[in-house]
Design a protein around this ligand. Sequence first.
Ligand SMILES: Nc1ncnc2c1ncn2[C@@H]1O[C@H](COP(=O)(O)OP(=O)(O)OP(=O)(O)O)[C@@H](O)[C@H]1O
Ligand SMILES: [Mg+2]
Length: 407
Amino acid sequence: MKKNPLVLLVDDIPQNIQVLGAILKNQGYSFALTTSGAETYQLLHKTIPDLILLDVMLPDEDGFSICKNLKADERTKDIPVIFLTAKNDTSDKVNGFKVGGVDYITKPFEELEVIERVKNHLQAKLDREQIKAYNKELEVIVEQRTNELLKKERESILAQFIQGVVHNIRGPISSALAANDLIHAMHADLNDKINEGIHGQQLINQLAEVWQILELNSEVLRKMASNLESMLRKSRTDQMQENAICDLNEIIQQELDFLDVDLKFKNQVEKHFHLSVEKLPVFVLQGDIAQIFENLIKNAMDAMYKTPNPMVRIESGSDGSFHWFSVEDNGPGIPEEIIDKIFDSFFTTKPLKSDPNALEQIPIGTGIGLKFCKKTIESYKGKIVVEKGRSIGAKFTVFLPAFDFAH
Ligand SMILES: Nc1ncnc2c1ncn2[C@@H]1O[C@H](COP(=O)(O)OP(=O)(O)OP(=O)(O)O)[C@@H](O)[C@H]1O
Ligand SMILES: [Mg+2]
């Protein structure tokens, strides 16, 4: 316990003050005295005691009303209040609890009773404060850990993305090079024919072939350029640091272009898009919404890793004041008993690390994806809702306040 807990005695009867004062002093408590409501408020303005012993009858205001006021004030609401009541007055005891008192001591005072009750409530207050402090510390640690993991996750998404880029560009580059080699090989033969003055159908056919190869190469290069463009656009918008008016549909479309570099998503998942025709303006950091969308898609893909015909359905729309988008899969869905936990920090049903020797690669997770989504969406005054998919699977819907142009 604190070295010298401060106990405030609020009473105007000299005999009570004398008896209680002596008991408290003997216990080594610091002790303050006020004799009216007005005086009490004045003192509490300057000092916050660890406990208050409050008489019911005071000259200017009754103890219940004082206690009620203290409990309504943020500064004083946590100070335990023990009422001093007459032995047989049940209604005083009941009223004391009703206005937020923690206990009562009856008159005439029994020294041992006073000592025990005061000691217990001081200890209980100390325990509460300690728990509060631990919780605060824990919150800070969880926040730090979450941020570290989010950073790691972003890095791993980026690494995956780069792998996709390399994969998508390496293929076209080798076919463009092979085509070039082919033209090169044909070049000598064509040159000879031109030099020898052979300008017949054969030459025309050969030139048409070269033309076709060049066309194919242009197509490949155009595709690569557009791939790079979409990646550049994404990295640019991910780095934007200020909220802006963005169209939800456009963000989703851009993310889908980006996800298309992931071959698994591109080829093995059946996709249904039902995006609203009208624009859905929201005032956000585009990168935030992109990350939320990526998380929901990644969760859906993870959930469907054993599903024979994986399917995602992406929809968007508006109910006027909120615009929304949803990601739905046909995986195993979310069991009833964990549905309340999936938004908690570090809640995951996936292993933290993959087993390099395992035959099949089980999706891994840290359990921060949905926590991040919820926190971010709520910071925009939106909400995220989870429900069952249409037959099986899970469906997550994100609602964001519609941007009000009239504002
Ligand atoms: N589409 C889904 N279908 C089935 N279960 C899901 C789906 N989305 C989330 N869950 C469940 O919710 C849990 C928490 O998801 P969350 O995204 O927060 O973490 P994680 O995916 O496990 O790990 P992380 O996102 O940090 O890599 C998942 O482990 C999974 O059990
Ligand atoms: Mg996840």
